[in-house]
Ligand binder design. Structure first.
Ligand code: HEM
Length: 435
């Protein structure tokens, strides 16, 4: 069997390289170069995701699909693995066990997942589109007069969370803490654990408030779901919705905008019949999925998988990005941009993303609003000069500096209010999960 200690290559005699680091500036600057090197080692390769924390990363498309659907061989429960990881490791806020849909199997998973999907199903698409447009218009109005902006800090990072926090009923004064908590978790740097703890603190206050005084929001709907979640379970599922929902949606909007502004086939400007929002989103979902490496699974027992020996409890991650790009050469550009074929950006199997349609709707609406209002947007720096956020899990530009012709005024169709009032946007839910 392969041993990280002896360094013998899985299923082959060649010596294993030192695990490639999937964190830090080197990885952020060239993830696809890293994936190419890893793919050359076979369907799975050893990687280092934080100092002292190694994993096997699946880079082969078919192996990825097999793993994500194989609930007999693999569990989502990380606790056996976690026992050997330093308690202060920056990856634990993302990978460490919590009683949520993301870390459970079978009936327990089904109970949490049903509560989440039934609750999210209460968001009516036309209301979601309207609310995203309303938030978008106010965010755009806040910087459209200046002629410059950072589309991440001033738009993509603010928009999903304003929609989520409003629909969950998070008080406006706590929105900033939620943003910092979710962002800090995913960066997997020094203060990730503190960021997660603070996020749990905010959400615990919200759950306590809604237990005492139900509202017309998704938190109340989750608490009233027939699954009968207790307070801690509800806090953990809401934290999962926020962390699983906000950061990838921000990154989907950011990556797709970058694609539209920098794709050589479409020019650097949005003037004159550019790539549509949907084309850019599909392109990004194939080539730069917002959750690049995730899908943590752990073998239930020693086994062999696609010719690679695995130890019980070992961390196996799926590179959605590497698996997707492996299958790209077989596809035409138009197939990629029209979403034909099956990329893994939403994962597959029982833990696939339950919010694909809402996330797509949010991203499309956000991009359409921006590009229709600031129609001569262009990048203010060369694409090569962009800085990407660190961390092994996500693909995310840290900033997206742009310039455009300043607007004198911008229409806001909802009756006014200052830009900061986006905190008060409400998603009205259309009834309880049972009726
Ligand atoms: C409305 C926004 C979103 C919400 C509320 C949301 C929510 C969730 C939840 C609750 C899960 C865990 C499901 C389970 O374990 O059974 C999940 C998983 C996942 N989501 Fe989403 N998500 C959103 C947006 C996105 C976006 C934009 C992407 C990327 C394109 C994405 C990709 C994924 C992937 C790849 C997984 C599986 C993660 C894993 O295997 O560990 N999600 N999502």
């Amino acid at each position: 069997m392969t041993s990280p200690v002896t360094g013998t290559a899985p299923g082959a005699d060649r010596p294993l390289l030192e695990p490639l680091a999937l964190y830090g500036a080197g990885f952020a600057a060239d993830p696809h170069g890293h994936y190419r090197r890893l793919r050359a080692q076979g369907p799975l390769a050893r990687v280092r995701i934080a100092p002292g924390v190694d994993a096997l990363l699946v880079t082969d498309y078919h192996a990825a699909v097999d793993l994500l659907r194989d609930t007999e061989t693999f569990t989502k429960d990380p606790r056996a693995w976690q026992a050997g990881v330093p308690a202060d490791s920056p990856v634990l806020p993302v990978l460490g066990h919590r009683p949520t849909a993301a870390f459970t199997d079978g009936a327990v998973h089904a109970r949490y997942r049903d509560a989440i999907t039934d609750t999210l199903a209460l968001i009516e698409p036309h209301r979601l589109r309207g609310e995203v447009a309303r938030v978008a218009q106010r965010l755009i109005a806040a910087f459209s007069g200046t002629g410059t902006g950072d589309l991440i800090a001033q738009y993509a990072r603010r928009l999903p969370l304003h929609v989520f926090t409003a629909s969950l009923g998070v008080p406006p004064e706590d929105v900033g803490r939620v943003v910092r908590g979710v962002g800090g978790m995913m960066d997997s740097e020094g203060d990730a654990a503190a960021a997660y703890d603070d996020l749990v603190g905010v959400v615990s206050g919200l759950v306590a408030a809604r237990r005492a005084r139900p509202g017309r929001d998704l938190t109340t709907a989750l608490l009233e779901h027939p699954a009968g979640l207790d307070d801690d379970e509800a806090v953990r599922q809401i934290t999962l919705i926020l962390s699983a929902g906000h950061d990838p949606t921000t990154n989907l909007i950011g990556n797709a905008l970058l694609r539209m502004l920098s794709d050589s086939g479409y020019g650097r400007s949005l003037h004159g019949g550019a790539m549509t929002a949907r084309e850019a989103i599909d392109d990004v979902l194939w080539r730069d999925p917002p959750l690049a490496n995730m899908g943590a699974h752990f073998p239930r027992h020693d086994t062999e998988f696609h010719g690679v020996p695995l130890r019980s409890g070992q961390l196996v991650l799926v590179s959605f990005a590497a698996a997707n790009t492996q299958s790209l050469p077989a596809l035409s550009d138009s197939a990629v941009r029209s979403g034909d074929g099956a990329h893994l950006a939403w994962s597959t199997g029982p833990h696939r993303c339950p919010a694909k349609q809402s996330a797509l709707l949010m991203a499309m609406t956000a991009i359409e609003q921006l590009t229709s209002q600031l129609c001569d947007l262009e990048l203010a720096v060369e694409p090569d000069a962009l800085v990407w956020r660190p961390g092994p899990f996500h693909r995310a530009p840290a900033h997206l500096p742009v310039r455009f012709t300043p607007l004198d005024t911008i229409p806001v169709h909802d009756g006014g209010g200052a830009p900061d009032d986006v905190d008060h946007v409400q998603i009205r839910v259309g009834g309880t999960p049972n009726g």
